[in-house]
Design a protein around this ligand. Structure first.
Ligand code: XMP
Length: 512
């Protein structure tokens, strides 16, 4: 495997993904882990990521100098390059011009790292740095330059150690031949073979789950979302009927959602399913509640209660399956520290400790797009694999203010139309989430010759990579127009539709 040591770059995850796309397993560790831990992984190569610091900052993150004496090939990117320079006796300085964006890289050495790159002698790369290398450390030589950076790439290649450094970012799509550079590093320089595929991943993961679980029983909270679905399917492949999945209908699901889950997992894939209809219990709990955070807490608490009761009935459950993904794992060990709580996103947090369950997390090494490929490999239908994210508190946080049956019915009607039209326009996959929100105010309209006084529906659609930041989706006007007229004509109780054109930040994706 290849290790990526994270110095806080916004692109660190991209580095790991690009390497995995080359079918070599790669893993991110915070730069603060001790050298012994790094070596214990027996990496075939190490990448030092970029980062926001300057090597001269008082608290600049660093690594042990001994890292450079292990004979393990190293690739330093941006801050990683500056750190190598600093620790190996070279000199880093503030560049006279900070360099951001596109740059033309002239190649001065087209062997190993740059093999097959820049057939015209140069190639387009993406820069983002303030400091630059003034003097290389002993033993290094420059292998490429740009107009503003005389040393845009350098290498040390001797009997003891191979170190390659890049001032630019090979992991971003704008660096045209970046993928080839990374492949050269992992294949030719580190000697890795492209053997890490989803099929091989399934085999290893199945074996691991069997080892972990033995003959014990396992429970899973299945929501029908991509992550919990793939985690359940994979665990089912490993331990079959030892797994039971619990699906709670909390009364704030979308039209047809429960049926789809039942059909896919119980009828088609033959998983042990417990489907609990708790509509009236949840709606009673939510009665007259208007505060968004309280809605979340009530739904979270009731969910846990139901899940607990059900698992007691099953007896002797020892393990809980969770669809934790790699970005969550990295986030919790990131050296940047935790961020402020804007909304308390409940998934099944709190369950394992409360119920004294051990966790099975078969996706904790995967990125979202890899989970989708895995889902395909396991034979899950496209509707599940490509499902847009849907929040745990469901429609309760999309009916603003008090949640009632009447308002839920209106929202469901509108939501179905938004969903249908987004799919019909072929936009479902490129849009992160598209949905309807019911505003608890009424406006005046005219239908036929009659005055109406009815609810407003807001359409929210965003593009995003990870839900952390998002932009409002530029849906064609005709599609918006069709949604609007269909909602007003077909959904009783609505006489106005508006489109939300705010980005995140400063807004959030959900309205509550
Ligand atoms: P926001 O509204 O914070 O949403 O921009 C970011 C992403 O998280 C989803 N979301 C939730 N998911 N429980 C969840 O499981 C929640 O309470 C919750 N609130 C928001 C939202 O749909 C978006 O994908």
């Amino acid at each position: 495997r290849i290790l990526v040591l994270d110095f806080g770059s916004q692109y660190t995850q991209l580095i790991a993904r690009r390497i995995r796309e080359a079918q070599v397993y790669s893993q991110i560790l915070p730069c603060t882990v001790p050298l012994a831990t790094v070596l214990a992984y027996r990496p075939k190569g190490i990448v030092l990521s970029g980062g926001p610091s300057s090597v001269y900052d008082k608290k600049a993150p660093s690594v042990s100098k001994q890292l450079f004496e292990q004979g393990i090939p190293i690739l330093g990117i941006c801050y990683g390059m500056q750190l190598v320079t600093h620790l190996q006796g070279g000199e880093v300085e503030k560049a006279p011009h900070r360099e951001f964006g596109r740059a033309e890289l002239t190649l001065d050495d087209r062997s190993d790292l740059f093999k097959g790159i820049g057939t015209r002698g140069s190639t387009v790369v993406w820069m983002s740095h303030g400091d630059r290398i003034e003097r290389m450390p002993p033993g290094f030589r420059s292998i490429a330059h740009t107009e503003n950076s005389p040393i845009a790439a350098m290498k040390r290649h001797d009997a003891k150690q191979r170190i390659y450094c890049l001032q630019f970012h090979p992991e971003v799509a704008h660096t045209v031949e970046g993928a080839t550079i990374l492949k050269n590093f992992v294949y030719d320089i580190c000697g890795c073979k492209p053997t890490w595929t989803m099929r091989s991943y399934v085999e290893t993961a199945v074996e691991q789950i069997r080892q972990q679980v033995g003959t014990e029983r396992v429970i899973c909270a299945l929501s029908g979302g991509v992550d919990s679905s793939v985690a359940a399917a994979l665990t089912h492949r490993a331990v079959g009927d030892q797994l039971t999945c619990v699906f709670v209908d909390n009364g704030v699901l979308r039209t047809g959602e429960r049926d789809q889950v039942e059909k896919t997992f119980a009828s088609q894939m033959h998983l042990n399913m417990r489907i609990l209809d708790r509509t009236s219990q949840f709606l009673t709990g939510l009665k007259n509640v208007t505060d968004p955070e309280r809605k979340r807490k009530i739904i979270g608490r009731l969910f846990i209660k139901n899940f607990e009761v059900e698992s007691k009935k099953l007896k002797g459950i020892k393990y809980l399956v969770q669809g934790t993904l790699y970005p969550d794992v990295i986030e919790s060990v990131s050296f940047k520290g935790p961020s402020a709580t804007i909304k308390t996103h409940h998934n099944v947090g709190g369950l394992p400790t409360r119920m004294k369950l051990k966790l099975v997390e078969p996706l904790r090494e995967l990125f979202k797009d890899e989970v989708r490929v895995l889902g395909q490999e396991l034979g899950l239908p496209d509707e599940i694999i490509w499902r847009q994210p849907f929040p745990g508190p469901g429609l309760a946080i999309r009916v603003l203010g008090a949640v009632t049956k009447e308002r839920l019915a209106i929202l469901r009607g509108a939501e179905t139309i938004v969903d249908q039209e987004i799919r019909a326009a072929g936009l479902y996959r490129e849009i992160w989430q598209a949905f309807a929100v019911l505003l608890p105010i009424r406006t005046v309209g005219v239908m036929g010759d009659q005055r109406t006084y009815e609810y407003v529906i807001a359409i929210r659609a965003v593009t995003s990579l990870d839900g952390m930041t998002a932009d409002w989706a530029k849906i064609p006007n005709e599609v918006l127009g069709k949604m609007s007229s269909r909602i007003i004509n077909e959904v009783k109780g609505v006489n106005r539709v508006v489109y939300d054109i705010s980005s995140k930040p400063p807004s959030t994706i959900e309205w509550e």
